[in-house]
Ligand binder design. Sequence first.
Ligand code: GUN
Length: 284
Amino acid sequence: MTARSLNGRALARQRNQALKSRIAALPRPPGLAVVLVGEDPASQIYVRRKGVVAGRLGIAHQQIDLPADATQEALLAVIDRLNDDTSVDGILVQLPLPRHLDATVVMDRIDPAKDADGLHPTNTGLLVQGRAGLIACTPHGCMHLLRESGEELSGRDAVVIGRSNIVGRPMAALLEQANCTVTLCHSRTRDLESIVRRSDVVVAAVGRPNLIRGEWIKPGAVVIDVGMNRLEDGSLAGDVFFDEAREVAGAITPVPGGVGPMTIAMLMENTVRAAEARLGRDAM
Ligand code: GUN
């Protein structure tokens, strides 16, 4: 059996298309500010893509570039300014930050109502409690891809590999809310292979190329690969050994073209949601 490929590009296109009428209904374009500190080449690519999609949808997008040696105070001053700017609905600070900056302090400074990334502890807390807030983009995109697979999630065993605040932790919460029984694995997990072998849903988000082998995958499982690893030859590999896994899985996301475009689509959705909330509130 060869797995169905879960096409994140096509799904993202649909989601983005569906946003257009919501954007047109607003009294002004939604505003998204993306802050990039330093010159990490991967971050530059991701930020550029976000700008391109925002532009296509009619979201007023601004990119603020700070030098790699920017001070914490300078970065916090930018966030304060964006928090106060009434034309800005969504703020995203691209991660990772240079090592001298404290990402926790920086993310905490963003107004939770403008937290287009859904990574502020207020939004993460709301998510864990199953309450409405801005949902972290990558896990939210993964949930849409899982639903796209058509597989029933309720009652299934799911494994999330990686416990980052950006992906693994919120992903585990969302899967639990979809009534999966969730195992959250990390670098100290004993016998990852046997946990993956019994899982109906596998979400890999560790950043280690080809870690998950095809023979570990339960036949028919749905596999979501969040990994984006640049190999020495310049090619991209996920955390899952794709060519092996697709012979066993029921459905699998490719890298690239799987989760990545959905992360951006969810960022656009969060920006529009934040704008709707703000403009609705302002009108009252
Ligand atoms: N770097 C990699 N993924 C992300 C993300 O989802 N948000 C931010 N801000 N930075 C990232």
